[in-house]
Design a protein around this ligand. Structure first.
Ligand code: 0RA
Length: 207
């Protein structure tokens, strides 16, 4: 697998997400949701939740396998940090170094979301532990560390798109619901729960 840093993404965001307008902004959401959909198609995730919060903060969780947290052979850092800080050529890798081809047709990877986020937090529930790592503009603030125990399994990604990159920072609830409705329809085994916690609070579930 070819691994590259995130500088090219911040230099030429349009090459990875098409645009830095509203369209590109929403691409960040599609990318993370598509990873949850991949986990559903692989037979693991059954639920994806999306929460829009004030200040363009978005939280997307899935109950898939959780991004692997073990040390990744090729990089010497956790697989979690590798997944979030390296561009990969369309392949997903697990703890063992094996990889699977992403089910997503045009997924560029969550590392692109990280590169284009002023702030991103990854929380992984795996093997009874909660793992946490935060990033600023794609750079880890610290190493990933276990911060507690859990009975759940899955991934929670919270991010804030970078105003240095995007010309539009307001997420469009209607546009998001359209996409989530389609994804839920195409992926029979998934339930998608969406919540808008910006002023005027609204919610929608797709089964
Ligand atoms: C790399 C490898 C595996 C899963 C994932 C990444 C993964 C990424 C995301 C992003 C959001 N949710 C996610 N869930 C999983 C395979 C895991 C394994 O082999 O155990």
């Amino acid at each position: 697998t070819v691994l590259e840093g995130l500088e090219p993404v911040r230099k030429r965001p349009g090459m990875y997400i098409g645009a830095t307008s509203s369209s590109g902004l929403h691409h960040l959401i599609w990318e993370v949701v598509d990873n949850g959909i991949d986990e559903a198609m692989a037979g693991y995730a059954t639920e994806i939740t999306l929460t829009l919060m004030p200040n363009s903060l978005v939280e997307i969780s899935d109950n898939g396998r959780g991004i692997p947290v073990g040390i990744h052979k090729a990089t010497g850092v956790s697989a979690l940090e590798t997944v979030l800080t390296k561009l990969h050529a369309g392949a997903k890798f697990g703890e063992g170094g094996g990889y699977k081809v992403s089910g997503g047709l045009h997924g560029v990877g969550v590392s692109v979301v990280n590169a284009l986020s002023e702030y991103l937090k990854a929380e992984v529930h795996r093997d009874g532990k909660i793992w946490l790592q935060e990033y600023k503009r794609g750079n880890p603030v610290k190493k990933a560390k276990a911060v507690g125990t859990t009975k759940k399994i899955g991934t929670v990604i919270t991010f804030k798109p970078d105003p240095q990159i995007f010309t539009e920072l307001e997420f469009d609830w209607g546009k998001i619901l359209d996409r989530l409705r389609q994804q839920a329809y195409l992926t029979k085994s998934i339930t998608i729960k969406a919540s808008d916690r910006r002023p005027g609070h609204r919610e929608k579930d797709y089964k």
